[in-house]
Ligand binder design. Structure first.
Ligand code: SF4
Ligand code: MG
Length: 332
């Protein structure tokens, strides 16, 4: 399998003045294969949206690199950057805030095509708008209407049509369904899945709801306070979560089958999410971790492949730190 995107030790810090630094993303490493859906999950404030925005170049990175199709996006020349902007697009959480209320649907979807000079002739561009509307389950009669005339789900479809306008290969969807009614969430997820098949798209799907991410993702990365703490295939993450934070997140999801008795212990995390301005020393999760040991305050756990294609950053999986005790098969 071929990696379409590679993210190496990516950091995004915001300097707030008075010597304060918000360490929104603090060194994440992962890759995304062509054609897959990679989910990033974590509580609000964990840095997942900032990671997405830094990867697409809306924010300058503080450190590390983003490599798309073998090219470092930070050292691209202008022509390469232009191509990159066509190939990577973003869908936002709030479809209303991201659509200009004074533009018609046709103008909204056409804008990126105009910026990139995709069509010389308005007729061809309009045909493309109609085609895109059809692709996302809307009608060409919708082209001359304004965003406020649509429901939340329809507005997200317009946002998706705009993201598809330049025929991208890679789409970052930042909580694309969290603002929608539960009844339409599944429709939008199904639309994204269908478009992925039809157009061979690769997705980075960002969300705070682990059960939602599982439905759509092939692999999942779990973020906590600017760090990626665990990463593996969706099934492995569910069946054998290794990081104490992932175990806590999963224990909060009810078992879908009502006939299966839920024997799992619900893990309640103590305390508040610490501030990314003053993150805890050592392991950032240690102030809330039920398994924390002395070493956790002193040393940052290394990102390590504990099982095949299963990465985790936690001292429990370093035998030298646990006197040889093995935690890798401990059930939730
Ligand atoms: Fe908990 Fe320590 Fe593992 Fe961090 S490194 S998750 S504090 S056991
Ligand atoms: Mg967010």
């Amino acid at each position: 399998k071929q990696a379409l995107l590679q993210v190496n030790n990516l950091k995004k810090h915001f300097y707030l003045g008075k010597g304060e630094t918000l360490q929104a993303v603090d060194g994440i490493t992962f890759h995304i294969y062509k054609g897959e859906t990679f989910g990033i999950v974590g509580e609000s404030g964990c840095g997942k949206s900032t990671a997405g925005r830094t990867i697409i170049g809306l924010y300058d990175r503080t450190e590390g690199e983003v490599i798309f199709k073998g090219k470092n996006i930070h050292t691209m020349n202008q022509k390469e950057r232009y191509a990159f902007h066509r190939q990577m697009q973003m869908i936002f959480q709030d479809p209303y805030a991201s659509l200009n209320p004074r533009s018609t649907v046709s103008e909204i979807i056409s804008e990126p095509m105009e910026v990139h000079g995709m069509f010389a002739n308005k007729q061809d561009q309009l045909k493309r708008v109609y085609q895109l509307l059809e692709d996302v389950g809307l009608h060409k009669d919708h082209a001359n209407r304004y965003p406020h005339e649509f429901s939340g789900g329809q507005r997200q479809r317009i946002g998706i049509a705009r993201a598809l306008a330049l025929d991208p290969e890679f789409i970052i969807a930042d909580e694309p369904i969290s603002a929608l009614d539960v009844s339409v969430q599944a429709q939008v997820v199904n639309l994204l899945k269908r478009l992925q098949k039809e157009k061979g798209l690769t997705y980075l799907f960002i969300a705070h709801d682990l059960s939602m991410v599982k439905q759509i993702s092939d692999r999942i990365g779990v973020m906590y306070l600017g760090h990626m703490v665990e990463l593996t295939e969706s099934d492995k993450l569910y069946n054998n979560p290794l990081h104490p934070y992932t175990r806590a997140l999963l224990s909060a999801i009810p078992i879908p089958d009502p006939d299966v008795e839920d024997k799992r212990e619900r893990i309640i995390l103590e305390g508040e999410l610490p501030s990314p301005i003053n993150p805890p020393s050592g392991c950032v999760f240690r102030t809330r971790c039920p398994m924390a040991m002395d070493v956790c305050a002193l040393e940052k756990p290394k990102w390590k492949e504990v099982h095949y294609h299963h990465y985790v950053a936690c001292h429990l999986y370093d035998e030298q730190k646990t006197n040889g005790q093995d935690f890798t098969e401990t059930a939730v």
